[in-house]
Ligand binder design. Structure first.
Ligand SMILES: Nc1ncnc2c1ncn2[C@@H]1O[C@H](COP(=O)(O)OP(=O)(O)OP(=O)(O)O)[C@@H](O)[C@H]1O
Ligand SMILES: [Mg+2]
Length: 246
């Protein structure tokens, strides 16, 4: 039996002037999987996130969530359908406390009068990301690694079905990165949430992802298991070999 497809793009493209940031991309995110999205700087990974989360409209192609055509839908509508993303350069309100940041995620996903549910989500997200002892601190004063975890906790408080993380491990030390990877697995295992992970940390991607999509110059270069991707000569030439040679 084939896995349920939650998100599907058909020939999705985004042009900026003369540049095709993403070009004719067909990809899918399946229920409960941890899917990696990798490729060199400028390959179109963040633009793909922008397209599937509604922050940027495609110049061509279609976007489906649960088989429903949602091309051109707003970020709010898409997050209500369960797709929530973090931003590469941080998704938190630096002048607010950690608790208030998590509340923003919980409020966005609940209705007025659901205070108990909101508090429960804040507590759950704090526990999941190990932030309980930092709840009263101003988010912008936290070390970079913890700020990354707050960004993920805000998204988690929305109770996504598809959680899209754009370089969540940037600036984390090895211990923090290992902890974060454990959290990603737990979010998937406990809540059945699919995770789409953009990362340049190849060790982490290869360890945690079941499937990987490789972009190059805005186009799909390869899709496969970590072993298949590592053994793919065009991926090695375009990206992995370059990284290893650094
Ligand atoms: N708003 C924009 N206006 C103009 N060009 C853009 C815009 N957003 C992205 N681009 C261009 O599109 C291309 C893809 O960018 P994108 O940010 O998607 O790459 P990326 O794969 O996320 O790279 P990185 O690994 O460096 O984060 C780049 O050449 C970038 O300069
Ligand atoms: Mg990017």
């Amino acid at each position: 039996m084939s896995a349920t497809v939650l998100v599907q793009t058909q020939g999705i493209s985004r042009r900026y002037g003369g540049l095709m940031a993403v070009s004719g991309l067909d990809m899918e995110v399946r229920a409960g999987e941890i899917l990696g999205l990798i490729g060199p700087n400028g390959a179109g990974k963040s633009t793909t996130f922008n397209l599937i989360s509604g922050f940027v409209k495609p110049t061509q192609g279609r976007l489906f969530i649960d088989g429903m055509d949602v091309t051109g839908a707003s970020p709010t509508r898409i997050s209500k359908l369960g797709l929530v993303r973090t931003f590469q350069h941080g998704s938190l309100m630096k002048t607010l406390t950690v608790r208030d940041n998590l509340l923003i995620g919980a409020i966005g996903a609940t209705r007025a009068g659901q205070g108990t549910e909101r508090r429960a989500r804040v507590a759950e997200a704090a526990a999941m990301l190990g932030l309980e002892s930092h709840m009263q601190e101003i988010a912008g004063n936290l070390p970079h690694g913890l700020q990354r975890l707050v960004s993920i906790a805000i998204a988690f408080a929305v109770h996504p079905r598809i959680l899209c993380l754009d370089e969540p491990l940037t600036g984390l030390n090895q211990t923090e990165a290992a902890h974060a990877l454990g959290v990603f697995r737990q979010i998937r295992d406990k809540y059945g949430c699919a995770i789409l992970l953009v990362e340049h940390n190849m060790k982490a991607v290869m360890a945690v992802c079941e499937r990987i999509i490789v972009l190059h110059h805005g186009q799909l270069l390869a899709t496969g298991t970590p072993a298949e991707i590592r053994a793919n000569q065009s991926v090695v030439d375009a990206y992995l070999g370059v990284r290893h040679a650094r």
